[in-house]
Design a protein around this ligand. Structure first.
Ligand SMILES: [Zn+2]
Length: 367
């Protein structure tokens, strides 16, 4: 209430003298928001007025009065504990942070330096460009603007020039082997949940028996579950023509008894090359198993201080040149989970959405 009465007084005192009252429109708005870029604060609602200070980008203010001067420019009377005065309306926004998501342009659209059409164009992107949204802004005209990232350019785009890109999303498939881990399994599921990411788990039979709660949680949270064997021991898994099939059959039964899901999806330990023999492979395939390798190796078992993230992201351009979808091999372990949000954010920035593998997909095999 005090802002309204104060605003009324200040408005009266500070209305620009060169503006005719009949053509000017002012409204008391009292909206809390942020300054979108470094902005000069003036004593009146026109650039000819003296400077009374500077507001920094991100500084919080209350916009008290929305005023359109005789030149048709909208100015705001803003105030915070530090400063009070007039700024161009476009320098103010009501801001909403969002977890990054992806949109697609519906027209050829401009990325601008700030959240208004009055601002400079940094880049114009063609229709159907995929962009990552990091923030939403509502400018004082109540236009919705998105803070978008395209390559190395970051700036502002009208939300009206975009649509949600779900259907057009490129798909990445994160696959986690060797779990469920008592140490990291719950944290891994938490990260995936937080990012709304569906993944695939190729699990070991004894691990599943040790943590059935995590297996059930994977299924209830929309992940794909599959088998990785029992022993994870080269000398046992690859011992003879039926050893691999035997392990996967035991694994499949345990998975089904825990989760109710009879999954045909498997990954053999260390991948199908070079240890899986033709006869082992044939035995598995005859039994209906779908053997999945990968096309992006994160080397997360080796890079334990987060280097696996950039190592993985650096492989994506080559996968895209092959017009393939990344199937990334990762492990259910602490040092992977610790940096996983960086990998997911990096892939989202590149325009990827995430899915679990399905039995209708053609399995990716090394040979
Ligand atoms: Zn493994």
């Amino acid at each position: 209430m005090c802002f309204i009465s104060l605003a009324a007084v200040l408005l009266f005192l500070e209305r620009p003298s060169d503006v005719q009252a009949s053509s000017a429109v002012s409204t008391i708005i009292n909206k809390k928001g942020f300054i979108t870029k470094e902005t000069v604060v003036r004593r009146g609602a026109h650039v000819t007025y003296a400077q009374s200070g500077l507001l920094k980008a991100g500084e919080e203010v209350i916009a008290i009065v929305d005023f359109t001067n005789a030149s048709g420019e909208r100015w705001l009377k803003v105030q915070n504990t530090r400063i009070s005065g007039w700024i161009p309306a476009a320098a103010f926004s009501r801001q909403t942070s969002v977890s990054p998501y992806t949109v697609k342009t519906t027209v050829s659209a401009a990325i601008r330096t700030s959240a208004s059409s009055a601002y400079k164009i940094l880049k114009t992107v063609p229709k159907d460009t995929i962009l990552t949204v990091k923030q939403k802004f509502y400018n004082v005209s109540n236009e919705k603007w998105l803070y978008v990232q395209h390559g190395t350019t970051a700036g502002w785009m009208r939300e009206d020039d975009t649509a949600l890109a779900q259907a057009a999303l490129k798909k990445a498939y994160l696959t986690f082997d060797d779990g469920p881990s008592s140490a990291s399994g719950a944290a891994l599921l938490n990260v995936l949940k937080q990012h709304g990411v569906a993944a695939t788990f190729f699990m070991l039979e004894p691990q599943m028996r040790a943590r059935p709660d995590l297996v059930k949680r994977m299924v209830s949270e929309g992940h794909t579950v599959g088998c990785h064997g029992v022993t994870h021991d080269k000398s046992k898994f690859y011992r003879d023509s039926h050893s691999a099939l035997n392990e996967m059959t035991i694994c499949q039964k345990t998975l089904q008894s825990i989760s109710g899901v009879k999954s045909r999806l498997i990954r053999v330990p260390y991948g199908s090359k070079p240890m899986l023999t033709d006869s082992q492979k044939t035995a598995l395939q005859k039994a209906g198993f779908l053997i999945w390798d990968w096309n992006v190796d994160s080397l997360d078992w080796k890079y334990t201080s987060g280097q696996y993230v950039s190592y993985t992201l650096n492989q994506i351009p080559a996968i895209e040149r092959q017009k393939a979808s990344p199937v990334v091999v990762l492990h259910d372990k602490n040092t992977t989970v610790q940096y996983l949000h960086q990998l997911i954010s990096g892939l989202k920035t590149k325009g990827y959405g995430f899915s679990g593998l399905t039995e209708t997909m053609t399995p990716m095999l090394f040979r």
